[in-house]
Ligand binder design. Structure first.
Ligand SMILES: NC(=O)c1ccc[n+]([C@@H]2O[C@H](COP(=O)([O-])OP(=O)(O)OC[C@H]3O[C@@H](n4cnc5c(N)ncnc54)[C@H](O)[C@@H]3O)[C@@H](O)[C@H]2O)c1
Length: 251
């Protein structure tokens, strides 16, 4: 058990990649707090049915009030916090579109959730993480930050920000022994992605064709890296972003 009794907050873990990461951390012995604006309690119940200690809380990560409530919940329910996985983002509901068609409102919404949300959650977690003996932050970046994929400019910009935020947070928080790393997945068939036919039609084929390991990617393909960055085996690694995409982009 690499994460025995550690307390992990995973945002956006009501479904998809976040839920798979939460389950993987739980299988390593972590106690899990799922913070999502949808299905937080449902996903926590699924984890609990698999023998994992898990609680769910309905949270909008762009709301400072909700985020503060999550930290208070972690403190009262579990007694602190060791690991934050910043996974919640707007992605699977996006439609591919040329930049001329992206409105200022859409741009702001994607940036709000994907970058402001990550900032607010990490900032609010600091008082608890500073008390942990093995504090970790794991951010969900994306391969698009390296590749500059077209038709998702707001999303690509937001994940470029996550790459830079991971580095700057690592420098700033190193003094408190809080390690910050990121995972950059390739196109991953989470359930919400599979429910978006326009996204599947545009991205799935080219993604597979570009990989050294030419097959679909699933959430389970990246959970090992999340456990690694959340646990003791990465104790002298910080500020790094690991690309997990079956050998498409080499970083
Ligand atoms: N699926 C992919 O191909 C892929 C590739 C690279 C990176 N990623 C990243 O991985 C992460 C998860 O992706 P996914 O495919 O599972 O996406 P998803 O859309 O299925 O999951 C995102 C989760 O975040 C939640 N969420 C959205 N806005 C929120 C808010 N304001 N407050 C709280 N929760 C909110 C949603 O309810 C959802 O459960 C995201 O950061 C995404 O950018 C995904």
């Amino acid at each position: 058990m690499k994460l025995d009794r550690k307390i992990a907050l995973v945002t956006g873990a009501g479904a998809g990649i976040g839920k798979a990461i939460a389950a993987a951390l739980g299988r390593e012995g972590a106690r899990i707090l799922i913070a999502d604006r949808a299905n937080a309690e449902g996903a926590a119940a699924e984890l609990a049915a698999a023998g994992i200690e898990a609680r769910g809380l309905e949270v909008d990560i762009t709301s400072e009030e909700d985020v503060a409530r999550s930290m208070a919940f972690a403190q009262t329910q579990f007694g602190g916090l060791d690991i934050v996985v910043n996974n919640a983002a707007i992605f699977s509901t996006l439609m591919p579109k040329p930049m001329e068609e992206i409105s200022a409102a859409e741009w702001r919404q994607v940036m709000d959730v994907n970058t402001l949300g990550t900032f607010l959650v990490t900032k609010a977690a600091l008082p608890l993480l500073k008390k942990s003996s093995a504090a970790r932050v794991v951010n969900l970046c994306s391969g698009v930050a390296f590749k500059g994929n077209p038709l998702y400019l707001h999303y690509v910009a937001s994940k470029g920000a996550i790459l830079s935020m991971t580095r700057a947070m690592a420098k700033e928080l190193g003094a408190h022994k809080i390690l910050v790393n990121a995972i950059a997945p390739g196109f991953t068939l989470s359930e919400n992605v599979e429910n978006n036919p326009a996204l599947m039609a545009k991205v799935r084929g080219p993604s597979i064709a570009g990989r050294s390991l030419a097959r679909d990617m699933y959430p389970e393909d990246l959970v090992g890296a999340a456990v690694f960055f959340a646990g003791p085996d990465s104790a002298f690694i910080t500020g790094q972003t690991l690309v997990i995409d079956g050998g498409s982009y080499f970083h």
